[in-house]
Design a protein around this ligand. Structure first.
Ligand SMILES: NC(=O)c1ccc[n+]([C@@H]2O[C@H](COP(=O)([O-])OP(=O)(O)OC[C@H]3O[C@@H](n4cnc5c(N)ncnc54)[C@H](OP(=O)(O)O)[C@@H]3O)[C@@H](O)[C@H]2O)c1
Length: 350
């Protein structure tokens, strides 16, 4: 199953809103076929793995991170294919929550296939967290916050400079991360101070480049900012406080969609209504603190670099009010890895 989960990640940036799926076909202890869902609308992982296995699929065990689909969509039903190819046993990490696609395990059992559901379920659910969030019919996007901080939890020095706290491997990782989200967001001050372009640059080329969102509040976004200059090519949204709409016309002329919102929840609902199902928020500290305080963060990706920025640096999280340890929310650590000199920690709410 570990191998199936690794294979599934190869579809990152290419399959959403579909799930990440990887599959392995085993004949005894021998791997005779492997596959992953590589492109939205393309062949499913099970079909690729079974094709690779050829005649050796007969009597084999298929290991897959998500319950095989039972419906005919852009691709034929995987459950029927598995039955037709004579697979004896199917091991599944997590059930399919989709109202249309679910039911594969039931179909397999009915056809006499031995089915086991559950191994590595938690890892599989973490991997497909965005897909599962959508299936819950949430009214807001899945929200991940990513911050690169010093050892003393600062995201910029006293002058507001944050380039670069983390090293190159961590920055490459961020480009990979971006590719899996529908949009990348920043707070108003970050948009003005950092002049970010929030695009995916690096080895991975997403099927659909993520859009960009600025939570501008009552600030002015200079018209020569990279985000504004490229708004005709990349969908760009600017969320403004309902009271500060005077600058909107110029932004709209540059191709930006201005969203007047009465708070973060309202903004998220409006973005969801525009088809944005997942957002990677890349700071700054105020926006991240506001989102956390309102219970709007599902995942926190924290890159820690071995540097000290001191008391006068910009704090990573601002405005989060926690009355006591007893009332503090405790999250789950779902991943830890070293990237050069930096450490990436991933935490999920709940
Ligand atoms: N190391 C990193 O990962 C990283 C990432 C990003 C940024 N940075 C650094 O962080 C600094 C900026 O961070 P920051 O904390 O000062 O500012 P920020 O979070 O980027 O922006 C805060 C501003 O956004 C506007 N805003 C709109 N809606 C908001 C909401 N719901 N909650 C909070 N703010 C909202 C507000 O503008 P109004 O007050 O006008 O309403 C607020 O002042 C920069 O120096 C940047 O270089 C570092």
């Amino acid at each position: 199953m570990r191998r199936a989960l690794d294979l599934a990640y190869r579809g990152w940036g290419h399959v959403h809103p579909n799930p990440l799926v990887g599959a392995v076909v085993l004949s005894g202890d021998l791997t005779v076929g492997e596959g992953f869902h590589a492109e939205f609308g393309g062949p499913h992982a099970e079909a690729v793995a079974l094709a690779a296995a050829g005649a050796r699929a007969e009597g084999s065990t298929l290991v897959v991170n998500l319950e095989p689909c039972a419906h005919v969509g852009k691709q034929p039903s995987c459950a029927e294919l598995i039955i037709a190819r004579g697979v004896r046993r199917v091991v599944i990490a997590m059930p399919d929550p989709g109202p249309v696609s679910a039911g594969g395990a039931e179909r397999l059992i009915a056809a006499g296939v031995d089915v086991e559901i559950g191994p590595f379920r938690e890892q599989a659910e973490r991997q497909n967290a965005v897909f599962l969030h959508q299936a819950k019919v949430a009214r807001r996007p899945f929200i991940a916050v990513k911050l690169a901080t010093s050892l003393d939890h600062r995201i910029a020095d006293s002058a507001g400079h944050s380039r670069w706290i983390s090293g190159e491997p961590a920055r490459d990782y961020v480009h990979w991360l971006r590719a899996g989200y529908d949009a990348i967001a920043v707070g108003g001050r970050t948009a003005v101070v950092d002049h970010p372009s929030l695009t995916v640059r690096g080895a991975i080329e997403p099927r659909v480049p993520p859009g960009r969102i600025v939570f501008l509040g009552g600030r002015r976004l200079p018209l020569d900012a990279p985000l504004v200059r490229t708004a005709h090519e990349i969908p760009t949204f600017v969320v403004v406080d309902g009271l500060f709409q005077s600058e909107s016309a110029a932004l709209v002329e540059h191709g930006i969609e201005v969203i007047p919102a009465g708070g973060l929840e309202d903004a998220m609902e409006q973005l969801w209504a525009r088809g944005i199902q997942s957002i990677l928020v890349e700071g700054g500290g105020r926006l991240s603190g506001s989102l956390l305080g309102r219970g709007l963060v599902d995942r926190f990706v924290w890159i820690v670099s071995p540097v000290w920025l001191g008391e006068s640096g910009v704090p990573a999280i601002r405005g989060l009010d926690v009355p006591s340890l007893l009332q503090a929310e405790r999250w789950s650590t779902v991943d830890r890895k070293a990237l050069g000199q930096d450490t990436v920690l991933v935490f999920d709410r709940g």
